[in-house]
Design a protein around this ligand. Structure first.
Ligand code: ARG
Length: 277
């Protein structure tokens, strides 16, 4: 009998904030995946994005949407707008001037939904680099979010912030190199070790000796940009080796193809902000 049948991992219902890719395009290059001359199939992007939303809803998750704005082609990447822990919203301040206007638009959504928003003083890109594990905020730096922002995050939440240095430009945000499988008592993560500096790798190995390690192929297929609800893992279909390993650990991979978004350096998690109330 496959272990997934016997381990009985329990999902928990999540609330997600997303932004329809109505104005999605690749118009500038701020990471190695982006080539402004590559056309994006907007209809296919829409279909792929809708299939992600359907997958979330059919697994019992709540999905809210923020209205997309013309001229902000990366606004679909909702994860970058904030990090929310226990109803407290730490907003964003983008590195690239092209993305800076997105922050205020998401702040407006949060305020209308009844949340106060902390406007950061230092460059930080929300859940792209700030990953809540249930105990710590794992915080990426090296390409976007700064160490000063990590300190600001720790002061704001009062939870330990673990700074991790990213070294490979393909994995410029922490959520392209690592995701949380389970934020409950069985807290665990998946990551691609080579995306991190040697010291950061050691930190991860000490904190998560039982972590699932991904290969470069998994990482290049955006397999680390996944969303887990504790049982189901919404994952890029080409991250086959990783999906097989997750299945062995008792998780249920739910493949969702967002290939059009990879042209902008984004995937499933990038399109998904989690609101933890
Ligand atoms: N083109 C966007 C950027 O470079 C992609 C953002 C992906 N988001 C993420 N959470 N990794 O900023």
């Amino acid at each position: 009998m496959p272990e997934s049948v016997t381990t009985g991992r329990r999902p928990s219902a999540r609330r997600f904030l997303v932004c329809e890719p109505r104005h999605f395009a690749v118009q500038y290059a701020i990471n190695p995946w982006m080539r402004p001359d590559t056309p994006v199939d907007v209809d296919l992007a829409q279909e792929q994005w809708q299939s992600l939303i359907r997958a979330y809803r059919s697994h019992g998750h709540t999905v809210d949407t923020v209205e997309p704005v013309p001229g902000l082609p990366d606004m679909v990447f909702a994860a970058n707008s904030a990090v929310v822990v226990a109803g407290r919203v730490f907003g964003s301040l983008f590195h690239a001037p092209e993305r800076r206007p997105e922050s205020a638009l998401y702040d407006t959504w949060f305020k209308a939904a009844g949340y106060d928003v902390h406007r950061p003083e230092n460059v930080c890109e929300g859940e792209g680099d700030l990953v809540w594990t249930g105990r710590y905020v794992l915080a990426g730096t090296g390409f976007r979010t700064t160490r000063e922002a990590h300190r600001e995050v720790q002061e704001f939440f009062g939870h330990p912030v673990i700074s991790l240095t990213l070294v490979d430009p393909h994995f410029y945000h922490l959520d392209t190199a690592l995701f949380v499988l389970d934020a409950g008592p069985e807290e665990n993560i998946v990551y691609y070790p080579e995306a991190f500096s040697p010291g950061s790798r050691e930190v991860l190995a000490r904190l998560y000796p039982d972590a699932v390690l991904a290969t470069r192929d998994d990482a290049m297929a955006f397999g680390l940009n996944s969303v887990s609800d504790g049982r189901h893992v919404f994952i890029a279909p080409r991250a086959e080796a990783l999906a097989a390993r997750l299945d062995e650990r008792g998780y249920v991979p739910v493949p969702v193809d967002l290939s059009e978004f990879q042209k902008a350096g984004g995937g499933i998690k990038c399109c998904t902000q989690e609101i933890r109330s």
